[in-house]
Design a protein around this ligand. Structure first.
Ligand SMILES: NC(=O)c1ccc[n+]([C@@H]2O[C@H](COP(=O)([O-])OP(=O)(O)OC[C@H]3O[C@@H](n4cnc5c(N)ncnc54)[C@H](OP(=O)(O)O)[C@@H]3O)[C@@H](O)[C@H]2O)c1
Length: 259
């Protein structure tokens, strides 16, 4: 068993107000951890803090804004040693290829890649200070398994999550000598406000609570890559190993049917 969530831990979580972030926040609050919650809307964060007001604080802000992150950094500093940062804030904008617009690509990349990278600007120095005291320090990046297969309309979202996963794995290599873990979370479909907008079938959809349970137990077990549900991620892994010509035919067929 890993030391990661063994004792009460100071954790910063972004995108905490809804969906996966909210469910992870609830699960960690039940576990007795001290939590710093970020999102652009304050209200959902304040409501969550009522779960354990003595152990939870809000640090609202836009994760793409350097100015907001400066303010969040001072909240993190006031809370003492930071043991874990869960960078979960994200968006999913689909492209309509009949009205191709690179703005859609930009929006996905800006929030999912640039926003997360900017969060690392403030998380990494804090995690380094904790690690220097010989304590465990973990950076968790919530990516997606969606980019493992070229789904139609997902040009922007898939590209952003592919970039984010590469960013995380590369960071893992560079931070290994310092003993700072970098964990990549790659969910399949999870029922949240983000996916409630989807107008296509979502195979093996799991609840946000189920997703949170898998994320928190994976972290506690010391896993560095957490993907779920396995029936979905194994299928994608299998498909991604097919010859490219076959992948292209399956992907085009799925895109035509809108699945
Ligand atoms: N649901 C799925 O099937 C699924 C699958 C794979 C991966 N994921 C990933 O899981 C993460 C959480 O998604 P979710 O499904 O739980 O969706 P969600 O309910 O929409 O949660 C996203 C959260 O991120 C926050 N957020 C978005 N942009 C932000 C910004 N610029 N600054 C600060 N906070 C921001 C939102 O709060 P505010 O609007 O208040 O800022 C919201 O609470 C995302 O990274 C998503 O890509 C989801």
């Amino acid at each position: 068993m890993s030391q990661r969530l063994e004792s009460a831990t100071n954790i910063w979580i972004t995108g905490a107000g809804t969906g996966i972030g909210e469910a992870v926040t609830r699960a960690l609050a039940r576990g007795g951890h001290r939590l710093i919650l970020t999102g652009r809307r304050s209200k959902p964060l304040e409501a969550l803090c009522e779960l354990a007001p003595e152990r939870m604080v809000t640090a609202p802000g836009d994760t793409t804004s350097k100015k907001d992150l400066e303010q969040i950094a001072s909240v993190l500093e006031n809370q003492g040693d930071l043991h874990m940062a869960i960078l979960n804030a994200g968006t999913c904008q689909y492209l309509d290829v009949t009205e191709y617009d690179s703005h859609v690509i930009e929006q996905n990349i800006h929030t999912n890649v640039i926003g997360t990278a900017r969060c690392v600007d403030i998380a990494l120095p804090a995690l380094r200070r904790t690690r220097a005291k010989g304590l465990p320090a973990t950076l968790v990046i919530v990516s997606s398994s969606a980019w493992w297969f070229p789904f139609g309309r997902a040009e922007g979202y898939g590209a952003s999550k592919a970039a984010l996963t590469y960013f995380a794995h590369s960071l893992r290599a560079d931070l290994a000598p310092e003993g700072i873990d970098v964990v990549v979370v790659s969910p399949g479909f999870v029922k949240t406000p983000l996916t409630d907008r989807n107008d296509f079938p979502m195979p093996f959809l799991v609840s946000a609570e189920d997703a949170a349970e898998r994320i928190v137990s994976g972290l506690a077990k010391g896993k560095n890559d957490i993907d779920f549900p396995k029936r979905f991620t194994w299928t994608l892994k299998l498909l991604s190993n097919l010859p490219q010509g076959l992948i292209d035919r399956i992907a085009a067929n799925m895109a035509r049917k809108g699945t």
